[in-house]
Design a protein around this ligand. Structure first.
Ligand SMILES: NC(=O)c1ccc[n+]([C@@H]2O[C@H](COP(=O)([O-])OP(=O)(O)OC[C@H]3O[C@@H](n4cnc5c(N)ncnc54)[C@H](O)[C@@H]3O)[C@@H](O)[C@H]2O)c1
Length: 276
């Protein structure tokens, strides 16, 4: 048992994962930066050191079960305990159901949903062994709560992550393992660069939402980590994310009417700009 706290952060080579790794480092956590992007991971490792803590880079494809098992075995040989797994790695696919190729559904689900399932499945018993309180943090999205049109694959995966986290929360409560699921609004990261889009105008619309968002990766990371420390299950980040998700929960008729209006008055004009 060590005073240092140990965390694995997936998708930590960029964006929200990197910001969460740096935020945890400010509190002295040792971080395993787990990502497919080794160059980005090395950079995050340097940022963690600058923030006053220590990091190790671990190459991991979250969709590969064998790589998860090897990661756990490597870390167990070195670490006194595991205090936190952050299942954050993700990609984006957009397009209407029927237009999104099935290969793109499979690609997204293997990372955004199966990757999170594998992270929980592989690490949960190790977390339970921790005599102190330990934690699972899963990165979902407001999309998992409000299901925007033309984002079916992404919505399904993120709603699955919310459901998995709520299930785990109940299963782990008496094991002294906390669970937090983070549902942010749009925030500017590299997500669109690796995304797959049925129509390039959807990338333009996504970029417009990111550009117009007041959130930063650092702000999301701070809310997520504070929420975890407070033992919160749901951390919905951003004024609009809170507004839309509570509107859908309490007044679904109004929400779907508003969503239709947004498509016609906001998204379609952005789309037509994208064709010029
Ligand atoms: N940016 C947003 O607007 C937003 C909003 C809500 C939720 N999210 C979620 O936040 C998470 C992080 O995304 P981001 O916005 O920081 O994007 P990003 O592209 O900046 O970072 C994603 C990271 O995941 C890594 N990754 C991708 N596939 C992987 C795999 N198979 N195995 C391991 N690592 C892999 C990438 O290399 C990258 O470092 C995702 O789950 C995303 O869905 C993003």
């Amino acid at each position: 048992m060590s005073d240092t706290r140990y965390a694995i952060v997936t998708g930590a080579a960029s964006g929200l994962g990197r910001a969460i790794a740096v935020r945890l480092a400010q509190d002295g956590w040792h971080i395993a930066v787990a990502d497919v992007n080794e160059t980005g991971s090395e950079e995050t490792g340097r940022m963690v050191t600058e923030a006053g803590s220590t990091a190790q880079v671990e190459t991991l494809d979250v969709g590969d079960e064998q790589q998860w098992v090897s990661l756990r075995e490597r870390l167990r040989a070195d670490w006194p305990q595991l205090d936190l797994i952050v299942n954050n790695a993700g990609v984006v696919v957009s397009g209407a159901v029927g237009q999104t190729p099935i290969e793109d559904w499979d690609w997204l689900l293997s990372i955004n949903l199966r990757g999170v399932i594998l992270g929980c499945h592989t690490m949960v018993d190790w977390l339970k062994e921790n005599p102190r309180r330990s934690h699972v943090m899963n990165m979902a999205s407001v999309a998992g709560l409000i299901a925007p049109a033309r984002m079916g694959a992404y919505n399904v995966a993120k709603a699955g992550v919310v459901s998995l986290s709520e299930t785990l929360y109940q299963e782990l409560k008496r094991e002294n393992v906390g669970v937090t699921v983070v549902c942010p609004w749009f925030v500017k990261t590299n997500l669109l660069e690796t995304g797959r889009f049925a129509d390039t105008r959807e990338k333009t619309a996504g970029a417009a939402f990111m550009e117009n968002s007041w959130l930063t990766a650092e702000k999301v990371a701070d809310k997520a980590v504070r929420g975890m420390y407070r033992g919160k299950l749901h951390v919905v980040v951003g004024f609009r994310a809170n507004q839309f998700s509570s509107c859908k929960r309490h007044f679904p008729g109004i929400y779907f009417a508003l969503s239709e209006w947004t498509q016609r008055r906001i998204l379609e004009p952005i789309w037509s700009r994208g064709t010029k």
